[in-house]
Design a protein around this ligand. Structure first.
Ligand code: SF4
Length: 367
């Protein structure tokens, strides 16, 4: 018997081509796609507009299961962290897990009004930024398209929440797992799929130049965020090892092309590390780097990781840093800290590997 294929690995076009080879009607891929992603059905027998023999045929070819919920933690601020065991590690006692986070974003009358889903693309990360927990253990593996998509579908199923946005800012460098992430983004964007527009999906990259060129050429259906963290070459090189061969100047050229071609701003992410990149001259250098770019800047408070020597900047310093950027006319925001008490905040994923199942309480209400 053939090994079944993970259905979440395929875009609608790919399914169409496969179905054509199997002499199934051309419209079957659209029907299947809409059952899977819009009605969240995981059983071909429930796809009632498919012929019975098509249902049986597809049941033999495909499987839906591709991850197991290992644990779930809920923060006092409403953030939810999910830990998944992925198929390649299901029988592996070394306990390779990946994490995804459901982040409450907007509030109306004190109730949460929308959520963003943050997903991972790798188990571990080869970039090894000095301030990030994900880069500490050995790199384990790239995730498949199905494993990326599964995080979104399973979080949606578990929480019964329809996300307004997806950010690819979890474990891993998405452009270092290029093909699988690209396919997942196409499924997210497909109007018969999860149907999220380009502005509602954000890919975050540490600034790998060659994949970024491909990203522009392939017209990814997403927005782009760059983890900058310093506009000073020496400081950036010390925080992000790949910056030594992916220079700020070259990065700027590529970003300029992206903003010109897509007519969208790039978002710069800047983690403020006490006495390292949070001084007034650092803000001025950042402002100079951004001066002629279509961009916005997200300032992020550092979230502590045991064993790493960094500290978050003081609040007064954060406000001074922001004021410098604002005075230069740059759009600048301070990202709210979310999920710190369950190690789900920015830079903390992968910190806890296997934890016992924590009690799952009801999610806060949504207006
Ligand atoms: S910040 Fe992102 S790119 Fe850097 S080590 Fe962490 S997950 Fe990897």
């Amino acid at each position: 018997m053939e090994t079944p294929l993970y259905i979440y690995n395929y875009t609608q076009n790919q399914l169409k081509m496969m179905f054509k080879q199997w002499d199934l009607p051309a419209y079957t891929s659209k029907q299947v796609f809409s059952w899977i992603y819009q009605k969240q059905v995981m059983d071909f027998n429930q796809m009632t507009n498919l012929a019975q023999k098509t249902q049986s045929f597809l049941k033999e070819k495909f499987t839906f299961n591709c991850a197991e919920l290992h644990a779930k933690q809920i923060s006092e601020d409403g953030t939810v962290k999910y830990l998944w065991k992925i198929p390649s590690s299901l029988s592996d006692t070394s306990s390779e897990v990946i994490e995804s986070v459901l982040i409450p974003m907007g509030y109306k009358k004190k109730a949460i009004s929308r959520y963003t889903a943050c997903v991972s693309t790798q188990a571990g990360c080869k970039i090894k930024c000095k301030f990030c927990a994900t880069g500490i253990p050995r790199f384990a593996q790239n995730l498949s398209t199905a494993e990326i998509i599964m995080q979104i579908l399973e979080m949606q199923r578990d929480s019964q929440i329809h996300f307004s946005n997806v950010v690819v800012m979890g474990m891993g460098e998405p452009l270092d797992n290029y093909e699988a992430t690209y396919q997942a983004m196409k499924i997210l964007n497909d109007t018969d799929g999860i149907n999220l527009g380009r502005k509602r999906i954000t890919i975050s990259s540490s600034g790998l130049l060659e994949p970024l060129k491909r990203f522009i050429h392939d017209d990814w259906p997403t927005s782009l965020a760059i983890s900058l963290h310093s506009a000073n070459t020496v400081i950036r090189n010390s925080l992000i090892p790949i910056a030594r061969t992916n220079s700020l100047e070259q990065l700027k050229k590529i970003i300029r092309k992206y903003t010109f071609v897509r007519r969208l701003p790039v978002t710069f992410e800047y983690i403020l590390l006490k006495n390292i990149n949070d001084q007034i001259q650092d803000a001025e250098q950042l402002a100079e780097y951004c001066r002629d770019l279509l961009c916005k800047i997200n300032l992020i408070r550092y979230n502590p990781v045991p064993s790493l020597p960094f500290e978050s900047s003081d609040e007064t310093q954060i406000q001074k840093f922001k004021a410098v950027l604002k005075s230069k006319g740059l759009p600048v925001f301070i990202r709210e800290r979310k999920g710190l008490d369950i190690s789900a905040a920015c830079g903390q994923l992968g910190l806890k590997k296997l934890i016992p199942n924590s009690p799952t309480t009801a999610l806060p209400s949504i207006t």
